[in-house]
Design a protein around this ligand. Structure first.
Ligand code: ATP
Ligand code: MG
Length: 358
């Protein structure tokens, strides 16, 4: 059953002519760990705030637990506190006059929970988020990352069936981020809580999500599992947004040798090859994409190697898990097996069929 459904929801902020969210349709199933992923300004927070009931849609309909909570055409708007959702937003809004413990307790006392259960939940949340030492402090006496953890603790303690999280880990250092990420995974696994998690970090989305929604300029670009999004991107935007180092894109007009290399893909305006799929030297497979390149640089990154190559103005980046037997300045054939070539048309949409080149 769906936990959340949005139907053609748009948002135009007062005084603006552009749609910050443009005809977004989306279904979040119960138990999903859904990540909204996209670059800064693409409408992730606006989408989440509309689901939460903190922002009015300009058009469209939203359901939470099969109940209509927004319907612009019918003038329906259910306020945030009556949607039964838990949320952690970018500006965490802790109560300034309550200490950490009281902030966490606030939602629980509203639920009229017995005192011993409240205390148990508060202690568990304080421990989980490693904020027990600050339990008696006020928000103004905490760092940004500590405040962020209090906001998460407060939401966790209330145990809502749906949690909306807007970049909840953005202010934490690398280690704490890793720990908190594991904590969200654990909560999801053990409680089945439906999570809608906003991030602009593709790695975070890949490792956490059961499904990813990629957005750009207010529009949904693709919805799919992390591997679908990575391996079967719907268009160039998704293909280039996912992956680090990014996808190599080779255009017909880039370079004479590139046009030749694309000869076997007559329908494609550009092709894309992931860095890990590029090979340098050796014998290309029949039907492979191939391009004569000059090795520009080889750099170790610790666990792997980065290979930079060029064919005229066309730059390519490859990765290798073992030290490559190459020298800077060397001329080699760079190639990729036909299965690893993504084809895009002139609008940037992916051509689904991966033709076997002659
Ligand atoms: N209150 C507001 N009034 C007017 N425009 C707004 C308002 N809030 C957001 N916007 C605009 O709407 C667009 C989407 O903003 P939003 O905050 O949803 O992006 P985001 O994807 O969450 O970005 P980020 O990753 O930077 O948090 C942006 O162009 C932003 O400038
Ligand atoms: Mg945001």
């Amino acid at each position: 059953m769906s936990a959340i459904r949005a139907e053609r929801v748009s948002k135009t902020y007062p005084g603006s002519t552009d749609r910050s969210v443009d005809e977004m349709s989306l279904t979040v199933e119960e138990g999903d760990f859904l990540c909204l992923l996209g670059p800064s300004g693409c409408g992730k927070s606006t989408t989440l705030r509309m689901i939460a009931g903190l922002e009015l849609p300009s058009e469209g309909r939203i359901e939470v637990a099969q109940r209509t909570v927004d319907d612009v055409a019918r003038g329906v708007h259910v306020p945030a506190e009556r949607r039964g959702l838990g949320f952690v937003f970018q500006n965490y809004a802790l109560w300034p006059h309550m200490n950490v413990r009281e902030n966490i307790d606030f939602g629980l006392s509203m639920q009229r929970m017995p005192g011993n259960e409240r205390r148990e939940r508060i202690e568990h949340a304080l421990e989980t988020l490693a904020i027990a030492p600050y339990a008696e402090r006020y928000p103004g006496e905490l760092s940004g990352g500590q405040q962020q953890r209090v906001a998460i603790a407060r939401t966790l303690a209330a145990r809502p069936s749906v949690m909306l999280l807007d970049e909840p880990l953005s202010n934490l250092d690398a280690r704490l981020r890793l720990e908190m990420r594991a904590e969200f995974q654990r909560i999801h696994r053990e409680t089945g809580t439906t999570m809608v998690f906003v991030t602009h970090d593709q790695w975070e989305a890949m490792t956490l999500a059961t499904r990813i929604v990629v957005m750009n300029e207010g529009r949904v670009q693709q919805v799919g599992s992390p591997l679908e999004i990575y391996q079967e991107p719907a268009n160039r935007f998704v293909a280039e947004f996912m992956g680090n180092p990014p996808l190599n894109v080779i255009g017909r007009s880039d370079e004479e040798s590139a046009a030749e290399a694309l000869g076997a893909w007559p329908g494609a305006q550009t092709v894309g090859v992931r860095p890990e799929a590029l090979r340098f030297g050796g014998e290309p497979e029949p039907g492979a994409f191939k391009l004569a390149v000059r090795i520009e640089a080889l750099s170790p990154t610790g666990g792997s190697w980065i290979i930079e190559a060029a064919a005229g103005a066309c730059r390519l980046i490859g990765t290798a898990s073992v030290a490559p037997q190459l020298r800077a300045g060397e001329q080699v054939v760079c190639w990729a097996t036909n299965r690893d070539v993504l084809q895009f048309d002139s609008r940037g949409d992916r051509i689904e069929e991966r033709l076997v080149a002659a």
